[in-house]
Write a protein that binds this ligand. Structure first.
Ligand SMILES: CC(=O)[C@@H](O)[C@H](O)COP(=O)(O)O
Length: 255
């Protein structure tokens, strides 16, 4: 079970809703991925024009938890404003804090992310900040009351996978709240590595929406989350420098 604040989930895969080729593909991809948490940018929702098609209307929302995010914010103030708007629209009390420092790297601004997290926790939100893979910042976000911390594997949309597994594993080792690896995932093996490191979940978007076959990729990602988690719980063998025979050698006739 993945527990985030008061909410529990069976699936450990969080899926973004952007850039799918069409709603039908997206709906099937969501279905086969077995995700229970869908994230979307509040700013990109057509809350002002109800006539515009909206992916969320295509879903049975009783089956999913919505995780609105503050994409588009470049300051804590903007992120807080977007979060309040989202809560006032009755979407959900969970919020993914995403405060981006610049448009080239799309890396999170650590200072503004921390400020927004502090403020939104105080206001009673269930706060999930997207952060870089810095163990010190991850600790400070937890101290600020974040309900989960979401370190990036690599830049958003880059598909580079986990660039710093050491940092991610330190963040996981020290965590008191769920750690969800977010952004930069390219392949199911990237997901499996994150889960084998002990991550509590993975959030991804582009790897599925941009795949040649998003539906197949969504299923593969769902399976990778499960396989990686099982592998983590099973406990891997230690790595050794030299070979060790796989079959027992006791009782073998020596030549
Ligand atoms: C959808 C969302 O929240 C993104 O900002 C997220 O970080 C996913 O990144 P990828 O598209 O690299 O998976």
């Amino acid at each position: 079970m993945l527990q985030i604040g008061p909410y529990s989930f069976t699936s450990r895969l969080l899926l973004g809703t952007g850039k799918f080729p069409d709603f039908a593909t997206q709906r099937q991809a969501v279905e086969v991925s077995e995700t229970e948490i869908l994230t979307f940018a509040v700013r990109r929702m057509n809350i002002y024009d109800p006539a515009q098609p909206n992916f969320l209307e295509q879903l049975d929302l009783s089956r999913f938890k919505l995780l609105p995010n503050t994409a588009g914010a470049s300051t804590a103030e903007e992120a807080v404003r977007i979060a309040r708007l989202s809560k006032a629209s009755g979407l959900c009390d969970m919020i993914k804090v995403e405060v981006i420092a610049d448009s080239k790297t799309l890396l999170p601004d650590p200072i503004e992310t921390l400020k927004a997290t502090e403020q939104l926790v105080q206001e009673g939100f269930i706060v999930l900040p997207y952060t870089n893979d810095d163990p010190v910042l991850a600790r400070k976000l937890q101290e600020a009351g974040a309900h989960a911390v979401m370190p990036g594997a690599s830049p958003i949309g880059s598909g580079q996978g986990i660039l710093n597994p050491l940092n991610i594993s330190i963040i996981i080792e020290e965590a008191r709240v769920p750690i969800i690896v977010d952004a930069g995932i390219g392949t199911p093996s990237d997901v499996a590595i994150a889960m084998e490191l002990g991550a509590d979940g993975v959030l991804l978007n582009t790897a599925v929406s941009g795949a040649s076959d998003p539906i197949k990729m969504a299923e593969a990602m769902g399976l990778a989350v499960k396989a990686g988690r099982l592998g983590f719980e099973a406990g891997r063998i230690p790595k050794k420098r030299y070979a060790q025979a796989s079959s027992p050698v006791e009782g073998m006739v020596q030549s």
